[in-house]
Ligand binder design. Structure first.
Ligand SMILES: Cc1cc2nc3c(=O)[nH]c(=O)nc-3n(C[C@H](O)[C@H](O)[C@H](O)COP(=O)(O)OP(=O)(O)OC[C@H]3O[C@@H](n4cnc5c(N)ncnc54)[C@H](O)[C@@H]3O)c2cc1C
Length: 382
C-alpha cells in the first residue's frame, strides 16, 4: 500500500514541496502545519507506522514550562505550545485533562528551590503557581508526604496516540501524504532544493523537494550526517538517555501529578496518571549507547525507595515494570542545561533545510509551537 503510494508519487510527480523526515509527534505537527501553506507535503518514517519511538514512550504530560531558563527555546516553546495544545485538544476532541501537578519539598533546601522556581516560572510567563503548606497538601492529597509544595494548575495530561492521529488526519485533509517503511538514506542540494534518496519498501527512490525538515529524533544526527553540503561542525553530539517506568496496580492514591525536585538530567521519578486513570512512576535517567527499551525488574527497589519519600504507603508488590523511553539529549551526563537546537539557513547556509536536534522533554508539549517556529523560519507564515 505504502509502496504503491510512493510509486505513484514518483511516477506522476517526482517533485514535492516539502519532505519531513520522522513521523513522531514533532514531525507530524510540522508536516500538518506546512500542509496549511504548501500543496505537496510528504512525511516519511522508517518504521511501519507513525510515532513508534520516543513519541509513544513518554509521560504524556502537558508541561507548564516552569523550570527552563528564561529566554530559552524550551521556555518559550513550552509555554506557547501548552496553550496551543490545550486549544487543539478542545477543538479536535482529543482526550486530555488539566489535572494539575504538585512539586513537592521535604526540607528547607528543597523549599528554597520551590521559592526560586516561582521566580523562574514567572520569568517564563507562568504566574499561576500556588504555594501550599502541609495542611493544605494534606487536604488535596492525603497520601502525599511533603513539608511544602507548589501547585501548578496548568499542567495536564494527554492521550498522545490520539493527538498524533489527529495531526495525521489534518495533514491528509490538506492533501499531504504520510508514507511508512521509508527510510531517508541521503540528500543533496540541487537547484532550489534537494534530491532526497529514500529506501521505501524494498527499493531506493529519489524525490526532489524545496524544503527538507529533519525531525528524526534519536536519529537526527545520523540523518544530518547524510545531507551533502552540511558542514559537520553544525551537527551536535547527541546522547541517548533512557527513562524507565513502573506502573502501580489498583486505584491511584493521587488525583494530581506528583513531582519531586528535579535531578540534573531529568525531572525525577514522578507519579503521573494517564487519561484512563492508570498511575505510573518514572522516568529515571540512564545514559545508554544502544536503543534497548528493556525495563529490568532489578530497578524495582530503586523506584520503591524514591517513591517512598513522597508516598510512604507505597506497596512494593503493586509496582510492575512497564515501559521505557529514550531521550535524544544534547546534554551529556555532566553537562549543564542544553536547549532545543533548531537550525535553518541562517546557521548552515543551506536554503530550505531545517534540522531539529535535542528535542527531548518538553518536546511533546512544545510540538505545535515548534511547528509554527519551523513554518516561520521557512518564511511560510500566512
Ligand atoms: C522518558 C521520556 C519522557 C518524556 N515525557 C514527556 C512529557 O511528559 N511531556 C513532554 O512534553 N515531553 C516529554 N518527553 C519528550 C517527548 O516525548 C519528545 O520530545 C517527543 O516525543 C519527540 O518527538 P519527535 O517527533 O521529535 O521524535 P520521535 O518520536 O522519536 O520521532 C522521530 C521519528 O523519526 C523516524 N526516523 C528516524 N530516522 C529516520 C530516517 N532516516 N528516515 C525516516 N524516518 C526516520 C523514527 O522512526 C521516529 O518515528 C519525554 C521523553 C522521554 C524519553
Amino acid at each position: 500500500m505504502n509502496i504503491d503510494i510512493i510509486h505513484k508519487l514518483v511516477t506522476y510527480m517526482d517533485k514535492v514541496d516539502a519532505i519531513v523526515i520522522g513521523a513522531g509527534v514533532v514531525g507530524l505537527a510540522v508536516a500538518a502545519k506546512l500542509s496549511q501553506n504548501l500543496s505537496n507535503v510528504l512525511l516519511v518514517d522508517k518504521n511501519s507506522t507513525f510515532g513508534e519511538e520516543t513519541s509513544s514512550r513518554n509521560s504524556e504530560v502537558i508541561h507548564a514550562g516552569i523550570y527552563y531558563p528564561k529566554g530559552s527555546l524550551k521556555a518559550k516553546l513550552c509555554v506557547q505550545g501548552k496553550e496551543m495544545l490545550y486549544q487543539y485538544c478542545q477543538q479536535r476532541h482529543i482526550s486530555h485533562e488539566r489535572i494539575g501537578k504538585l512539586l513537592v519539598a521535604h526540607n528547607d533546601a528543597e523549599e528554597q528551590y520551590l521559592k526560586k522556581t516561582i521566580e523562574t516560572a514567572k520569568n517564563n510567563g507562568v504566574d499561576d503557581l500556588v504555594w501550599l503548606n502541609k495542611a493544605e497538601i494534606n487536604k488535596l492529597e492525603p497520601e502525599l508526604s511533603a513539608t511544602a509544595a507548589l501547585l501548578s494548575p496548568s499542567t495536564g495530561i494527554i492521550n498522545v496516540h490520539h493527538y498524533m492521529q489527529s495531526l495525521l488526519a489534518e495533514l491528509e485533509a490538506n492533501q499531504g501524504l504520510f508514507v511508512a517503511n521509508s527510510q531517508m538514506l541521503n540528500a543533496k542540494p540541487c537547484g532550489k532544493g534537494f534530491i532526497v534518496e529514500l529506501f521505501s519498501g524494498d527499493e531506493k527512490i529519489q524525490l526532489n523537494c524545496q524544503y527538507l525538515i529533519n525531525s528524526a529524533g534519536l536519529h537526527s544526527t545520523d540523518v544530518a550526517n547524510n545531507i551533502a553540503g552540511l558542514p559537520p561542525h553544525f551537527i551536535p553530539q547527541l546522547h541517548w538517555c533512557r527513562g524507565h517506568y513502573f506502573s502501580y496496580s489498583g486505584v491511584s492514591p493521587f488525583k494530581r501529578l506528583i513531582y519531586p525536585i528535579p535531578e540534573a538530567n531529568g525531572l525525577g521519578i514522578h507519579a503521573s496518571l494517564d487519561v484512563g486513570g492508570q498511575l505510573k512512576f518514572g522516568p529515571d535517567t540512564q545514559y545508554v549507547d544502544k536503543l534497548d527499551y528493556e525495563v529490568s525488574e532489578k530497578l524495582k527497589t530503586k523506584f520503591y525507595q524514591s517513591v517512598k519519600l513522597y508516598f510512604p504507603a507505597v506497596e512494593l508488590e503493586r509496582l510492575q515494570p512497564d515501559y521505557a523511553g529514550i531521550r535524544p539529549k544534547l546534554q551529556g551526563p555532566n553537562d549543564e542545561f542544553m536547549d532545543f537546537t533548531i537550525q535553518g539557513e541562517s546557521t548552515h547556509q543551506l536554503k530550505g533545510l531545517i534540522n531539529l536536534f535535542g528535542i527531548d522533554s518538553p518536546g511533546l508539549t512544545s510540538s505545535l509551537a515548534i511547528a509554527e517556529y519551523v513554518n516561520n523560519m521557512l518564511d511560510l507564515a500566512k
